[in-house]
Design a protein around this ligand. Sequence first.
Ligand code: SF4
Ligand code: SF4
Length: 92
Amino acid sequence: MSSSYLIRIKGFTLPLSVASEGAMGRTGSWRTFKPVINYSKCIKCYLCWLHCPFSVISKDSSGVVIDYEYCKGCGICYDVCPTKAIVMVPER
Ligand code: SF4
Ligand code: SF4
């Protein structure tokens, strides 16, 4: 199942197909690291939202919010964040 959005990049409007939230199921207890956002460093570029392969990052007035029920801890959001506002912390 997928949803589609329209995004504007460098003056072009492009379709973006993303997986529906929960398409891969709830994560459960196997995740070893999870991303945590430092909002004081977030510049609301939405690259993490764009790149999350599981579509578990949503936009709100504070910037971006991660749904930990479905986040797999893959770290892609951490890798793409230009300001290092996201850190990967061990699960307890
Ligand atoms: S760790 Fe992976 S699944 Fe979780 S929010 Fe980041 S990109 Fe998405
Ligand atoms: S990639 Fe980093 S700076 Fe950009 S919206 Fe996500 S957390 Fe904020």
